[in-house]
Design a protein around this ligand. Structure first.
Ligand SMILES: Nc1nc2c(ncn2[C@@H]2O[C@H](COP(=O)(O)OP(=O)(O)OP(=O)(O)O)[C@@H](O)[C@H]2O)c(=O)[nH]1
Ligand SMILES: [Mg+2]
Ligand SMILES: [Zn+2]
Length: 369
């Protein structure tokens, strides 16, 4: 028979606990030896707004939203908590463990704020349905945000039973998402489901992101083999979903692996996405360095590498248009964050590098939570 302690560690391992977290945990425990507080570790499974459900080695606990203004928790986070008593369901937030990955977007609303969608995700399934939802431009945003997060994107096209010929869609995805796995699946016929099962391995977290009604919760139910999540038919008049899922929830699959269901997103406004942009637009960044004039406007200037590449067909017009649009959005975001910082702190800033300046601005913006 296994010892109680082994069983507890196995629970954490199933939820993604790993060697790095273990060594950090040991360090923390050594440092806190003299403290009266007993620390518990756990992973956030469910976000109910003001409260989170957390899995610990002693079962599930409830955690209130932290009072610290600079901490924004999200589903997927590993947190350290204290509890008044071992048997207590309520836990108190102590600190956040380092995040392996973090998927963010710009929060909805007037204020410029980061919203953390999910953390410690290994693979993001970018879910679009093959009926009317399929949208290559939207896919680009999701790809950039995923690369920025540090997770690996996989494109999952659902409802293949509703589409007679999806080879063209797959082709379009392949052109945009070079080197990214693409799958067409149907929860109805089971097509393609076997091909996506191998992504789910013990301790691996897969997040589902996409618009409402594309079949994210249906996919969770299919992989679970039971109807654990609510699903709802899409609206007849415009094929849009009804925003059935309202909370982010991490589910442990019976054969191992974790799947994170999320509410359908209306839009995905990028947050700081410098690295994701470079990953996606590396070809354009190279060309920009080859223009004859450093202040080239890329319109009619002589020696413009962009115009030459567009003419020769090396650079696709749509790719260039996407870059301009997203680049403008990023500039706009930067400006707004700068204005915000200025308003928050009138004192002269002494930042030496652009990156450091930007990080400070972003850090300040995060302090609003
Ligand atoms: N024909 C067909 N219908 C599907 C498939 N997958 C899901 N659906 C249907 O699509 C509708 C929406 O599915 P949901 O799983 O609720 O969609 P969702 O992405 O979770 O939507 P939100 O929770 O609103 O974000 C339901 O009526 C499902 O039965 C599929 O592969 N084929
Ligand atoms: Mg859903
Ligand atoms: Zn140019």
């Amino acid at each position: 028979m296994k010892k109680q302690n082994d069983i507890e560690i196995m629970t954490l391992n199933a939820y993604g606990w790993n060697m790095q977290l273990e060594s950090r945990w040991t360090e923390i425990l050594n440092k806190s030896q003299n403290s009266q507080k007993k620390l518990h570790r756990g992973r956030i499974l469910l976000d109910y707004g003001q409260r989170f459900k957390v899995i610990t080695e002693h079962g599930e606990k409830w955690l209130g939203r932290p009072t610290q203004s600079d901490v924004q928790l999200a589903v997927g986070d590993w947190v350290l908590m204290t509890a008044d008593d071992y048997q207590e369901d309520e836990a108190h937030f102590e600190s956040l463990m380092n995040r392996k990955t973090k998927f963010s977007r710009m929060a909805a609303g007037v204020e410029v704020k980061e919203q953390i969608v999910a953390t410690n995700v290994d693979i993001v399934f970018l879910v679009q349905s093959l009926n009317k939802d399929f949208n290559p431009r939207r896919l680009e945003r999701y790809l950039i945000a995923t690369w920025e997060s540090g997770a690996t994107p996989v494109v999952v096209l659902t409802k293949s039973d509703l589409c007679d010929d999806f080879a063209e869609n797959i082709q379009k995805v392949n052109e945009i998402a070079v080197g990214v796995d693409v799958h067409a699946i149907s929860a109805l016929t089971g097509e393609g489901i076997a091909a996506i099962r191998p992504y789910f391995k013990a301790g691996v977290t897969v997040a589902l992101l996409g618009s409402s009604g594309v079949g994210k919760s249906t996919l969770v139910n299919t992989l679970m083999g039971s109807e654990i999540l609510e699903t709802q038919d899409i609206r007849e008049y415009d094929s849009k979903g009804r925003h059935t899922t309202t909370h982010r929830e991490l589910v442990l699959l019976p054969e191992g692996g974790l799947i994170l269901d999320t509410p359908g997103m209306r839009s995905l406004a990028l947050w700081d996405a410098e690295e994701g942009m470079s990953h996606f637009f590396g070809d354009i960044e190279q060309l920009l360095m080859s223009c004859r004039f450093s202040n080239c406007g890329h319109r009619h200037e002589p020696g413009c590498a962009i115009q030459e590449a567009l003419k020769s067909g090396q650079l696709k017009q749509a790719h260039w248009e996407s870059w301009k649009k997203l680049q403008n959005e990023q500039k706009h975001l930067d400006q707004k964050l700068k204005q915000k910082t200025r308003a928050m702190d009138k004192a002269q800033s002494h930042y030496h590098t652009k990156k450091e300046h930007k990080n400070t601005i972003i850090k300040r913006a995060r302090e609003d939570y």
